[in-house]
Design a protein around this ligand. Structure first.
Ligand SMILES: [Zn+2]
Length: 288
């Protein structure tokens, strides 16, 4: 048997609806009155994964799992990993430790009822920051072993300045650990440029994204790619957003599927669990 020695990168999908947009989206009371369009983007993601023989981690919003348990069942049926993306898509700073624990429990319950078994978590908006590092203790209490909530650079709702370029263990005061699979920006002229997901994946030229992958592979570190079903929906309903946010959410939608195809054809991808198992961990982050 020939072993593929290329580095393994993480392919992750935040499974939320077209209207789950932080700050500018409709209020939660309105959500149940809005149509579900998650299938359009998911079908394209499932198709690409099948074509390239890739398994991904789908971080499902608990609210989606409760409304659409069939979505969780389909992710499981296809052999992908199911993670939690919180229940109500609120940033950790707003929730506080108790609110975070309640929101996490609600998401794990909704996903379990739909047939998903969760060992990985991703916070909305990468909002697990130095100010909300208490979240790691709550995750460990619930048996969550992997986290993909850290963005290692400046960011609207999150961001850590840590000198790491790949996975590492977060060590709690009592010695328990959570393995972190961070999203790492590309360093360009001293600036941290996100390149592997969301609006950045849509808007950046493919050559720059390739450069980001080349740098990570030279350093022997995995890239964490993150996409949303709405980004692979060619015709999502548009929310009344300010012009800058409209640009961030709707421009370049038709480039995401070809870019993912480009990346899947050139690199090896897997779930965050597979990446954690394959990675050489960097220096641990001690939270004592
Ligand atoms: Zn999200």
């Amino acid at each position: 048997m020939v072993t593929d020695r290329r580095p393994l990168h993480a392919l992750t999908v935040d499974v939320e609806e077209w209207f789950h947009i932080l700050d500018a989206g409709p209020r939660p009371e309105r959500w149940e009155h809005l149509p579900s369009r998650i299938d359009v983007g998911l079908a394209r993601i499932f198709g690409l994964c099948e074509r390239f023989g890739v398994h991904a981690t789908f971080f499902v919003l608990g609210w989606v799992a409760r409304r659409r348990p069939d979505v969780v069942a389909e992710i499981v049926r296809r052999g992908h990993e199911v993670g939690s993306h919180s229940f109500g898509h609120r940033v950790l700073r707003e929730l506080g430790p108790d609110g975070f624990a309640r929101d996490l429990d609600a998401s794990l319950d909704a996903i379990a009822r739909a047939g998903g078994n969760v060992r990985a978590y991703r916070a909305p908006g990468f909002s697990l920051t130095t100010q909300s590092s208490w979240a790691f203790g709550v995750l460990a209490d619930r048996g969550i072993e992997l986290d993909a909530s850290l963005f290692l650079g400046p960011r609207a709702h999150g961001g850590w300045s840590l000198d790491r370029s790949g996975p590492f263990a977060v060590v709690l005061g009592d010695g328990r650990t959570v393995i972190e699979i961070p999203t790492v920006p590309l360093r360009v002229l001293g600036q941290a440029l996100p390149f592997s997901g969301g609006g950045y994946l849509r808007l950046l030229p493919t050559a720059l994204i390739d450069h980001g992958f080349a740098c990570a592979e030279r350093a022997g570190q995995p890239v964490c790619v993150y996409v949303h079903p709405r980004e692979l929906d060619p015709d999502p309903p548009e929310l009344p957003l300010p012009i800058a946010r409209r640009f961030k959410y709707y421009v370049g939608l038709d480039t995401v599927a070809p870019k993912l195809e480009h990346l899947l054809a050139r690199h090896r991808f897997g779930t965050v669990s597979a990446v954690a198992a394959a990675a050489t961990l960097g220096a641990p982050l001690e939270l004592r």
